[in-house]
Design a protein around this ligand. Structure first.
Ligand SMILES: [Zn+2]
Ligand SMILES: [Zn+2]
Length: 331
């Protein structure tokens, strides 16, 4: 069984449907030059970036997609509402797609795999395609039973709209431009890096069936989501930085919320999970270190060639019986 070199999906972009997405970018980039500048606007943009990144990772990701802690029904609703101010579509849509990503990680059915489809598709192409607009109901039945979450999932433009109106009322057009448009565009791409860059750049501590990597810089940008190799190795932990030097802002906030009694039962990795890499052989460690950061068709072709060689060697070994020692020594 050789691996398919070309992904079975088509990579068409729904240009007309994607006009609002492009217009949002253009508006943000142009409007900043037409409003009076003040450093306080930059602070607003940055604060709204980090506040919303927090709720995206804590809410969409660690709570709704992975259920790594527990909270009340009211707090659950608030998490969903605040996460949706990021304008990343509905809470059920987001979490269901993400569960699918873990199930199919870097396999042909993965929605956003740089290995299968190249860097740009994993970063933004899949969002511009019209193939993934529906919520994968079957993947998120546990939360879809809450009518208030179904409401938010359906009316996902309401929270970002209310945020935009609020900012306009507080600081007029300049604050709307900086606090909503600029901050949201940066937030989008900050979030997208986890689908693209964290499967390309960084180190691999754990052997996983995908290309996930740990990356300190991405962890800073995404409040701890950059420890993506840890996360793909064991998804169900409230923290993604597992060692003291693995900065994980979202987890620090979760600890605070837990001390206040607003969330509880934070799931943490066992020592067997954390230290699993100690059991790897020298060859396995070397293999992890040497995985190249080349993706898309080139990497798939290399993998297919590798699989063919392995198959041929296996066939030859079977025909010839056990390999004599001198051949083994020459590898
Ligand atoms: Zn991933
Ligand atoms: Zn995840």
């Amino acid at each position: 069984m050789s691996q398919s070199v070309v992904s079975p999906r088509d990579h068409r972009i729904a240009w007309v449907q994607s006009i609002p997405f492009f217009a949002f970018h253009v508006f943000a980039a142009v409007a900043v030059f037409f409003v009076p500048f003040h450093w306080s606007y930059v602070v607003w943009a940055l604060a709204l970036y980090y506040l919303r990144m927090w709720v995206v990772t804590i809410g969409y990701h660690r709570y709704f997609a992975h259920r790594t802690f527990k909270t009340s029904r009211v707090a659950q609703f608030l998490l969903a509402f605040l996460a949706e101010t990021s304008a990343q579509k509905g809470v059920l849509w987001w979490a269901a797609n993400h569960r699918h990503h873990h199930r199919e990680s870097d396999q042909p059915a993965d929605v956003h795999s740089p290995l299968q489809d190249g860097f740009w598709w994993s970063h933004v192409g899949w969002i511009l395609s019209d193939r993934y607009v529906e919520t994968r109901e079957e993947a998120i039945r546990d939360f879809a039973r809450f009518p208030e979450l179904r409401f938010l999932n359906r009316w996902y433009l309401l929270p970002p709209f209310l945020l935009a109106v609020g900012l306009f009322l507080i600081g007029g057009f300049p604050l709307l431009v900086w606090g909503f448009f600029v901050s949201t565009v940066v937030l989008w791409h900050g979030t997208f890096t986890i689908n693209s860059l964290s499967h390309v750049f960084g180190s691999r501590r754990y052997r996983t069936t995908d290309t996930s990597r740990n990356n300190f810089l991405l962890a800073l940008v995404t409040c701890g989501e950059g420890w993506h190799n840890n996360h793909h190795y064991h998804q169900n932990t409230a923290n993604q930085g597992w060692f003291w030097w693995e900065v994980d802002l979202s987890f620090y906030l979760l600890k605070l919320l837990s001390a206040l009694g607003l969330v509880w039962d934070l799931r943490l990795p066992s020592d067997a999970v954390k230290y699993a890499f100690r059991k790897y052989s020298l060859e396995e460690r070397a293999e992890l270190r040497s995985e190249p950061a080349v993706f898309g068709k080139a990497r798939l072709a290399a993998l297919a060639a590798q699989a063919k060689v392995a198959e041929a060697v296996k066939g030859a070994t079977e025909l010839a019986g056990p390999a004599p020692l001198p051949v083994l020594r020459r590898r």
